[in-house]
Design a protein around this ligand. Structure first.
Ligand code: SF4
Length: 273
């Protein structure tokens, strides 16, 4: 059994969060630096986002005012023991968000928890003696545009395409594009939703290992960009930088499809033990 120290994890995760809130995914910023567009407005909007991210990094400032709700995706090996892991993740959020916006409130009373806890922790039990903790900051603007479609098996791949395009068309303008579109297909309702978020952790430009899924990602990316929403919804070619799909086996009578529209402020990172 590998024994891990919860205090060390707390310190590592607090640093990870602080860094992510300042520096969004560099591959997204680089893609915006190299943007290929014939729209002047889109080009200016891309330059402004890049400038914003460069200033944030230089001045150690938050790249967006909405520092989001803290999500963790934990892969916990069954040969790992870490007493206090749950509390250490929340303590890391408390510490890292001490100078950031506190965005978490009770859903009925709307009273703020004042420290951005509780974190949302998705845990997957795997075999082995490794622990992997991925953090994702989710702002409300893009998360509010998420959709779940409970299709029938007969809807097939055409139905999946229609659903993702519907989500992008209806929500893309409000989700601070250019987007990274996370899609979860299969499992039950929560599986699809979780997969659509986990998909955002995959580096942009890295297709799914399954050839048929990778082909669907490419088809969807082309179709979403053909919508013409563009950077900052000012019209243009680059509505999305990537479509990342994750799949899981599902019941023969179901076809759940979840779509998570991620804004350009993609803040995530991973620590491994
Ligand atoms: S959607 Fe993203 S970029 Fe837009 S305000 Fe929210 S966190 Fe910031």
């Amino acid at each position: 059994m590998k024994i891990l120290d919860a205090n060390r994890i707390k310190a590592d995760v607090a640093k990870l969060i602080a860094d992510c809130l300042i520096t969004p995914d560099r591959a997204v910023t680089d893609a915006l630096r190299r943007i290929d567009t014939d729209s002047e407005l889109e080009s200016v909007a891309a330059k402004l986002i890049v400038e914003n991210n460069d200033i944030a990094e230089r001045e150690r400032a938050y790249c967006c005012q909405d520092t989001g709700q803290a999500l963790f995706f934990v892969r916990l090996g069954d040969g790992v023991s870490c007493v206090g892991l749950h509390d250490s993740l929340n303590a890391a959020v408390r510490e890292a968000y001490s100078t950031a916006r506190k965005s978490v409130a009770d859903p009925l009373t709307r009273l703020n928890t004042h420290d951005n806890t509780p974190a949302i922790i998705e845990t997957e039990l795997v075999s082995g003696d490794a622990l992997e903790i991925s953090y994702l900051a989710k702002g409300a603007g893009s998360e509010n545009m998420s959709k779940l479609y409970m299709l029938t098996p007969a809807d097939g791949v055409d139905g999946m395409i229609r659903s993702v395009l519907d989500a992008a068309e209806r929500g893309g303008r409000n989700a601070c594009p250019p987007l990274v579109v996370g899609v979860g297909i299969g499992g039950v309702t929560e599986t699809a939703c979780t997969l659509s978020k986990r998909a955002l952790l995959r580096p942009i430009g890295t297709p799914n290992a399954r050839a048929d899924v990778a082909a669907l990602e490419k088809t969807l990316l082309d179709k979403i960009n053909a919508l013409g929403i563009g950077v900052a919804a000012l019209g243009g070619r680059v509505t999305a930088l990537a479509v990342n799909i994750e799949v899981a086996p599902t019941h023969i009578g179901m076809l759940p499809v979840a779509v998570n529209l991620q804004c350009h402020s993609l803040r995530h990172g991973t620590v491994k033990y």
